[in-house]
Design a binder for this molecule. Structure first.
Ligand SMILES: [Mg+2]
Length: 341
């Protein structure tokens, strides 16, 4: 019997593939199911996470500069380390390359990797290269560490905890929509000159995202350890559902508290897209969503760029978005292929 991958949905696929694995080594603290795996390394925990980026699925080389792609690859890897309240330290990068690639093109890709490694203080320590029949494939494995008493899982959210998000949401998605629009509009043009003036913010959010090391450092300075945390790569709705599932809780987030940049609103209006949908299901924001106990409200609000958007509830209440007129809309995750193990 063949089961279509899409029929399982995001959570279903992960569960199905990993359910028969059991840890054999006492040093394996946590296997699949969080932003990173956790290994006991003595004084500290070691964090390990892998991302796979495929041409045509995760990026389009028509409008993605290779240097940007290299940078984004690193950010995608280390963002999951920060999401555990850890510090990224090392990285390996593996690439599958088709015949259309030159050495210079790969150098551009690795230049982006190097700039990001310098920016975040991470060392490239290995990798692999192989010929590929179709397109560019990039695999990145990030290794980091966390203090044992500071590590944050998805599973620790408590009833009444406040839900906090960093930065703003949906901009990367609108940047993608703009790039896709220009690609179609300029198809077949001799010397394409896309008009990107005024759209710099959403383009930067799509092409050169940043991981929120600053927020992790602020949390450390405040000695504030979130009860649950993850990074926002598949869209806020999906991430809230992950935290709810892992913590066996429900959640209420408030539509009018979602942080959405004015540039995101403007582009959404231009393209007749609901900016709330971009914020909830757009993905690739590389922001953090975390929960803190109610009495940590002041501290959380003092971190630059952090907004409180809702609270954790009993599991039976489910996860929903509350509109200003009091309607509750159940949160839904986007489907395959954006599943993250
Ligand atoms: Mg993640």
């Amino acid at each position: 019997m063949k089961t279509e991958i899409a029929s399982l949905g995001e959570f279903g696929l992960i569960d199905r593939l990993t359910r028969d694995f059991t840890a054999k080594n006492p040093s394996t603290v946590l296997g699949p199911g969080d932003d990173a795996a956790v290994v006991d390394a003595g004084d500290k925990y070691l964090l390990i996470t892998t991302e796979l980026l495929l041409e045509g699925i995760h990026f389009d080389l028509v409008y993605t500069p290779l240097t940007h792609l290299g940078y984004k690859t690193v950010v995608a890897g280390i963002s999951d380390i920060y999401a555990m309240n850890g510090s990224p330290k090392q990285l390996t990068v593996a690439v599958g390359v088709s015949a259309k690639f030159s050495v210079e093109m790969l150098e551009d890709l690795y230049k982006g990797v190097r700039i990001a490694c310098d920016q975040y203080g991470v060392d490239l320590v290995g990798g692999d290269t192989s010929a590929s029949l179709t397109g560019l494939a990039i695999g990145v494995t990030a290794v980091g560490e966390a203090d044992k008493d500071k590590i944050v899982y998805r599973s620790g959210a408590g009833v009444h905890d406040l839900i906090c998000v960093t930065g703003d949401l949906g901009a990367a998605y609108m940047g993608l929509k703009l790039l896709e629009r220009e690609k179609i509009a300029l198809r077949g043009t001799e010397n394409p000159q896309p008009q990107f003036k005024g759209y710099e913010y959403i383009l930067q959010r799509q092409l050169k995202p940043e991981a929120r090391r600053d927020v992790i450092e602020s949390l450390a300075e405040l000695k504030l350890v979130p009860t649950a945390m993850m990074d926002i790569t598949d869209g806020l709705a999906s991430e809230i559902l992950h935290i709810c599932k892992a913590s066996r809780k429900g959640a209420r987030i408030y539509l009018n508290r979602l942080p959405i940049a004015k540039e995101t609103f403007a582009m959404a209006e231009e393209m007749h897209i609901d900016p709330v949908v971009a914020a909830l299901n757009g993905g690739e924001d590389y922001e953090l969503v975390f929960t803190v106990p109610l009495d940590k409200r002041e501290e959380a609000m003092n971190i630059p760029g952090v907004d409180i958007i809702g609270h954790i509830t009993e599991e039976s209440k489910g996860a929903a978005l509350t509109t200003p007129d009091g309607q509750e809309i159940a949160l839904q995750a986007p489907g395959w292929p954006r599943a993250e193990i």
